[in-house]
Design a protein around this ligand. Sequence first.
Ligand code: APR
Length: 320
Amino acid sequence: MARPKIALIGAGQIGGTLAHLAAIKELGDVVLFDIAEGTPQGKALDIAESGPVEGFDAALRGTNDYADIAGADVCIVTAGVPRKPGMSRDDLLGINLKVMKSVGEGIKAHAPDAFVICITNPLDAMVWALQQYSGLPAGKVVGMAGVLDAARFRHFLSLEFDVSMKDVTAFVLGGHGDTMVPLTRYSTVAGIPLPDLVEMGWTTQDKLDAIVQRTRDGGAEIVGLLKTGSAFYAPAASAIEMAEAYLKDQKRLLPCAAWVDGALGLNGIYVGVPTIIGAGGIERVVDINLRKDEQEMFDKSVDAVKGLVEACKGIDPALA
Ligand code: APR
């Protein structure tokens, strides 16, 4: 049986890291696409040359021609520009919306059966636009945000508690921006919810609040340190987890920016919610209960996403 085909649209910092991870994990053959000539070809060749040392079986190629993504099983989209220090993700809206148009049309023409994972920011609005421009079923177009935000939260919690990151689970819902909603009640150390750990004296409410805020600012913290560009290792790892769930029909329960129409009191919006990813794409949106305070935070985040979507419609009336 032929290996799955993974098309990476955008061969920058995240795209290159995605290609490396996909090859090392032997998820399939990789095609790196970018408008920059030489970049995808150079990265593909460099990673392929690590194959004999790493011992993986995967073919890698770089291209500037959308025709080469034909028949891709998975497309992961990072095309666009990242933010600079002082910029919010929302500042990227106008420029990256144009990029989503060309990427959506490329996927529609050459890989209409793919499971599409969008990483380009501002995430919730860009994944919506990508679905609109590509015309693919909403259940096959999803945004990567919650897995990354939860991974940041899990990392900070593991440092605070001095326990393995493997034993820390976390849930971050809502939009991938300043209003994201890290849910402490649904985050645990081996099943013990964070509020219980506060009661047990493992941490204080103040420290937990500070960790929640550091999670919300997690992307900006990296941008501030790097000074050029934004995070790429953890975003790439997070999208690979989602791609693997699809390719291996794992039925993983992962927080993702998915199309929600009915669940969580929402009708028709892309926003971070718990989802099940399997061979059918987004097979289910998990309709969890939120307490009043959690619901208020979630509603605020949903409103922020709605504002970005309206801004997109203002820029391109074809989306309205
Ligand atoms: N089509 C294809 N590729 C494009 C296009 C386009 N229309 N426009 C830009 N690109 C490519 C650039 O040539 C570059 O190689 O997208 C790549 C982006 O790579 P980086 O600048 O290194 O950005 P990266 O760190 O990978 O982040 C990409 O993901 O997390 C988000 O905010 C981040 O929106 C940004 C995206």
